[in-house]
Write a protein that binds this ligand. Sequence first.
Ligand code: SAM
Ligand code: DTB
Ligand code: SF4
Length: 368
Amino acid sequence: MNSPTVSAAQQGSRNQSSENQQPAANGNSAHNGQTTPPKQWQRSEIAALFALPMNDLLFRAQSVHREHFNPNEVQVSTLLSIKTGACPEDCKYCPQSARYDTGLEKEQLMEVQKVLEQAERALQTGATRFCMGAAWRDPKERDMPKLKAMIEGVREMGLETCMTLGMLSNEQAAALAEAGLDYYNHNLDTSPEFYGEIITTRTYQDRLNTLQSVRNAGMKVCSGGIVGMGEEQKDRIGLLQQLANMPLPPESVPINQLVKVSGTPLDSLEDLDPFEFIRCIAIARILMPKSHVRLSAGRETMSDEMQALCFFAGANSIFYGEKLLTTANPVADADQRLFARLGIRPEAAKPKKELFYDAAANDSQSAR
Ligand code: SAM
Ligand code: DTB
Ligand code: SF4
């Protein structure tokens, strides 16, 4: 169903855009017509970053971070599961796959009004982006009117909108963009080599194609992965390389630590060394200097000290609110206390501009 076919190798000729639209330090810009190709990272270079002494790596990541962002600001998004469980896919990490008995209560696509009530709550607690997730392989035509109404309603409140609904065709991506969807989340999850160990019902190329459809429609891309799924460091390197070497790296890069949910095939894996997780954040920051790197799933089991180190390593976005999609997240109070202790402020919402949508401009630029 995904029409464009873009291989990882083909994606390599355009410049990186910035979520906050700053010009690149080297003068590269996706807007100025100059075509200096962005750096293409070799795996050996990324491996060398992983091999750095921790202090050197953190110093470098924090230095890069300061060139592009206020180091004391963190963007906050709230997640809502708008359709829960009974998913036909077999992602081994996921509590929502119909193939694993995780005791999850299934829910059909929520009513628009209910979603808007939750968005209002998120707004009141300080979120600036509202991310709606559905346990689908892909959205169906019959779902589109409701999805569009959700996007329009949430955007009307002044929140940025994000959805994660599975695979998208060019046409579906264009329809969501037209309704005002700012971001689409679709994770690569891991390296191309390890991917088949985790998911068999859709391919890596399917994921790249969906990301290309999102770009074609002019939306911003949110794409990252999960670490701690039993992969090796070379797979974490492979994941980060794929993300960083995209023609336009994702504006938002969620780095999830596996949430081990009882009943899933990965529920009893050993924990990843926390320092290895922090290294992934730092290296994502260095490879994608202008992207927001999100300290994503897994914060519930992280100490405040570990989260502080992740922020120092360059993470500047979190999911905020007591629930991710189906699993627990730190309560808002705890995050507010942590922010206060660290002197971190939530990043202000981007001023709401008129929706500009031009499907023909496959340069992926939308002015919002
Ligand atoms: N069904 C859609 C899809 O897979 O594209 C959207 C929802 S899916 C739950 C979104 C992402 O959540 C997955 O791609 C995965 O990266 C992340 N995720 C799911 N379960 C997770 C877990 N147990 N731990 C960490 N991340 C998880
Ligand atoms: C992402 O990278 N992480 C979020 C969001 N994108 C959709 C999802 C995390 C899900 C964790 C398991 C759950 O709560 O069901
Ligand atoms: Fe379904 Fe998404 Fe979970 Fe995979 S990650 S099983 S596609 S909800």
